[in-house]
Design a binder for this molecule. Structure first.
Ligand code: NAD
Ligand code: UFG
Length: 341
């Protein structure tokens, strides 16, 4: 199959490319490297011994995107490209709406021009907002609490309307819970710029000595140990969910939202303990006030993914920490050194 991958150089995109190429798919990546490095693509080529097409351009550039999609003429599109920092989305809302919402509309128009009717979209559990009940199932009300989440909810709605209006269209909206971990080789992984916003990359940088101590944002939540509980999903499992979703899109029509998680909640303290086991290093922590906007617990109902995609998570938190550590300890500055071998 010919698969057009926006944002393919990023964290989740690069792990998905490995599996797409290993499965024999022909791939074209469209990325402006706003939050990624071409070195990630070099590493994917080395891991798979396969090449891919690359167009370096911006999804906000409708003409460039349309040219790339019509030239490649894909059977399916996987749409990762976007901005994802919750805090930044409150400071720069228009940038987020232009990139995540207008960029998605540009992509759908390009697919129309190329006659491509299948899309898998990177959505987020953040579209649910405050939990009315747990686990979150796909029928839980959509009420995001920040501009980033609203861009994802809007893009979901636009893709749903496009699918209704386009004959034979098939769209799978994958609502990721908390992607972490790295490829088992340790050659590709998450490489956040600046101070990491998310827990596991922060813990990894403490373990490797780049940061002194993890701040735990509150230990007075109504959870097993008082710290926040999340559904961490191994990025390699998440990549496999994309291949399953492409298959699903090839054999169905309409638009379906599907959670991608393990169904298991892990607290901050449990994750820190798992990382200490994986790395053999102590992780210093200090408890500070709750982070504004955080919820106590979030985890997925996983039955729809099993039924529709025939996909289930295979890896546990120890696997996630072990692979994160392999990546972090062998690439202390991420892709920063710019080394391409
Ligand atoms: P990432 O930042 O590593 O990857 C995004 C990629 O898109 C990068 O390669 C970046 O350069 C590219 N990109 C950004 N703006 C672009 C533009 N205007 N034009 C072309 N390319 C552009 O992020 P990721 O963690 O791999 O996330 C991928 C997708 O999954 C995003 O849409 C994100 O919102 C979504 N998501 C991520 C998480 C998470 O925790 N990582 C959770 C839920 C959803
Ligand atoms: N936490 C800390 N210290 C830190 C960072 C995080 O204690 O330095 C805690 C948080 O309070 C929370 C847990 O670790 O309890 C997880 O926090 P993350 O920032 O890693 O993840 P979130 O669940 O807050 O959000 C992430 C992404 C969102 C996405 C959401 C669901 O940042 O974009 O997962 O997919 F929407």
């Amino acid at each position: 199959m010919k698969v057009f991958v926006t944002g393919g150089a990023g964290y989740i995109g690069s792990h998905t490319l490995v599996q797409l190429l290993a499965a024999g798919h022909e791939v074209c990546v469209f990325d402006n490297f706003a939050n990624s490095s071409p070195v990630a693509l070099d590493r994917v080529r080395q891991l798979t011994n396969r090449d891919m097409g690359l167009v370096q351009a911006d999804i906000r550039d409708a003409d460039a995107l349309c040219d790339a999609v019509t030239t490649f003429a894909p059977d399916a599109v996987v749409h990762f490209a976007g901005l994802k920092a919750v805090g930044e989305s409150s400071d720069l809302p228009l940038l987020y709406y232009q990139t995540n919402v207008s960029g998605t509309m540009n992509l759908l128009a390009a697919m129309d021009a190329a006659g491509c009717t299948r899309i898998v979209f990177s959505s987020s559990a953040t579209v649910y907002g405050e939990a009315h009940y747990l686990p979150f199932d796909e029928d839980h009300p959509i009420a995001p609490t920040n501009p980033y989440g609203r861009t994802k909810a809007m893009a979901e709605g636009i893709i749903g309307d496009w699918a209704k209006a386009t004959s034979d269209a098939s769209a799978v909206l994958l609502r990721y819970f908390n992607p972490v971990g790295a490829h088992e080789s340790g050659r590709i992984g998450e490489d956040p710029q600046g101070i990491p916003n998310n827990l596991m990359p922060y813990v990894a940088q403490v373990a490797v000595g780049r940061r002194a101590s993890l701040q735990i944002f509150g230990d007075d939540y109504d959870t097993r140990d008082g710290t926040g509980e999340r559904d961490y999903i191994h990025v390699v499992d998440l990549a496999a969910a994309h291949l399953a979703a492409i298959e699903c899109a090839a054999s169905t029509s309409g638009c379906e939202a599907v959670n991608v998680g393990t169904g298991q909640g892990v607290t901050v303290r449990e994750l820190v303990a798992a990382y200490e086991r994986a790395s053999g290093r102590p992780i210093a922590t200090n408890v500070v006030a709750r982070r504004s906007g955080d919820v106590a617990s979030s985890y997925a109902a996983t039955t729809k993914a099993a039924r529709l995609l025939n996909w289930r998570a295979a890896f546990n938190i120890d696997d996630m920490c072990a692979t994160s550590w392999r990546w972090q300890s062998t690439n202390v500055d991420g892709y920063g050194a710019g080394e391409t071998q």
